[in-house]
Design a protein around this ligand. Sequence first.
Ligand code: NOJ
Length: 750
Amino acid sequence: MIAAALGFSSLCAANGKEAAMDTFIDRLMEKMTLQEKLGQLNLVTGGDIVTGHVMKNELDSLIRKEAIGGVFNVNGPDKIYTLQRTAVENTRLGIPLLVGMDIIHGYETVFPIPLALSCSWNPDAVERMARISAVEASASGINWTYSPMVDICRDSRWGRIAEGNGEDPYLGSVLGPAYVRGYQGKDMSGKDEIMSCVKHFALYGAVEAGKDYSTVDMSHQRMFNEYLMPYKAAVDAGVGSVMSSFNLVDGIPAAANKWLMKDVLRKQWGFDGLLVTDYDVINEMSKLGYARLPEASVKALEATTDMDMVSAGYLNTLEQSLKSGKVTMTMIDNACRKVLEAKYKLGLFSDPYKYCDMAASKKKVFTKEHRQAAREIAAETFVLLKNEGGCLPLQKKGKIALIGPMADAANNMCGMWSMPCRPEKHMSLLEAMRKSVGRQAEVKYAKGSNVYADEKMEAPANGIRPIVRGNDDELLKEAVAVASEADVIVAALGESAEMSGESASRAFPEIPEVQKELLRSLVATGKPVVLLLFTGRPLVLTEENKEVTAILNVWYGGSEAGEAICDVVFGERVPVGKLTTTFPRSIGQIPVYYNHMDTNRPDPDDSVFNRYQSNYIDESNFPLYPFGYGLSYTTFAYGDLKLDKTEMLQDGEMSVTVNVTNTGDREGTEIVQLYIHDRYASLVRPVKELKDFKRITLKPGESLDVTFVITADKLKFYNAALEYVCEPGDFEVMVGPDSNNLHKAEFRLL
Ligand code: NOJ
């Protein structure tokens, strides 16, 4: 092993101690040639998933040429082991590889997509998911995951909204660190601890018109107050790496933006880990009209970007740029050091094969315990959007018609970015439902429709997980016949897995028309219809909300989703989830989000059009389902707010208490939300901002006083000079079950 060969095993044993690491890396770098150093900066795709134009590289020969510091998206422990062995045994210095993958919601045990996970409002669940992901991934050769994605998004047209925590910076700042803790464990040196990578720094979620790879432009004050917090929280939590985004920031590609990377990330936030570009970003800077590859590589290095994903710009152009004085050896050394530090912290120099224990991989992946955790967590992410007459939970009796293209699509349950998932090993919803009801009820199935009527649209929508197509007229006829015989209809409709995620923008974020037609026909039978909504983004559900009896949004729930859905549908578990992203009433409202600024012309009455006020001629100002919204099988009543004082000093604190009672007849968990509004400030502040929340579980009839503590920290914002301050004056504090249903009180900051 390299550590032993260099005579540093004792230094490695002191892993984590910075001085030991520095000495080890100093000595290693003394031995490295320029090409070996540049090789460390080069990150190459294994080609099992290719998301840009670059095709599969000849990994083996590149490794032997010392031209690679890391690989990513190689699927399979044996393949990874072979690559690692080549790096360790067939190169001069035997430096092990970083091995990355987009494990963003589980490895083979797949958990709900991140947007769904955020709807649990449960950092412990997120951390548990990330821990299990790390256990499975680390046992399969992977030491680096490109997660969490914490891009704030307010536009449901953007497919990657599915990968993040929704629209709120505070919630994103609570959940992002939970991912980091789960993946990295104690300090990422353990056998089952891997390096986390927060992405996409920065602002990727604000791409114009929700179109992927599109442009971004926003004021610095908006960035700091509304978008940057979650990245910073991940950095504060010790994330090992940061991935820069595809988009422009102030007109400069993020990876080359010195102000963003050097001044904000490195200096202000103190990030001293590994900074990697996104896929092919340096190369694509020329298409962007910014710089050709050599110049783009210089700019990225100047911005302290350490690793170049896929472009090979660092590898192939920096030597020349060094000769011509455009970059210095110190800049290259600094970048190389960051790559080596990451490897050192992961313990790869002590044991390059620590993640390649084939026997462990079989024992630790897709275990009963992990699957049970995924099932429990999935059930916490579903959001009950409508439940007329207490239609849900269903009883296990009579005839249930399960209809829809998502009902028997096991290969679609896991959602996007689930490369290692094994659909043949888990159940579809239909299989899970039949198992769940056993002989107590009869489950009749019909597919009912294709995902899209147009085959051409369905192809990209299905991507790598196709659903077999049928003839829409025949499917509809069959479905209506099955539904007409049933006591209750469960419609499993929405988006297929690949309709959200990267490169999955939609101009019409709604259920595709052919499925809507199916739903109309099901409603026309006069039977109660429960819509199980499969989706990776908020959809416009205005019509569905009017027509169907109940809507349970199950997102993409992962490998155990089938059973988790049955747990909730049949009432073994009560829905808990609350939306972390606003559901628009119509497409024209987008972007619509709860924490918007007030207007100088607030609309006095939403029920009519008011000329010269801020409203639409043809649409309400209010979304269909607001941020924070979600029903339960029980009900909760909120009392008035009690403040312990109405004036607070800047270095003091105050408390706000609300009494919450379970007024229904089932035990349930409520997510109590605290919002604040700064009435007058040197920069106009949003109408409300989430500042805290508590999950409480109450038995029927039980009451609890829920107390939140307010300190100056909850009142601070970045002012025009980007100083993080609170300003004396009047504030509103609001508590309630969702952002549109709040009890209010006022206080003054002295
Ligand atoms: C491109 C995506 O934007 C990023 O999120 C991902 O981590 C990389 N490709 C690697 O697959």
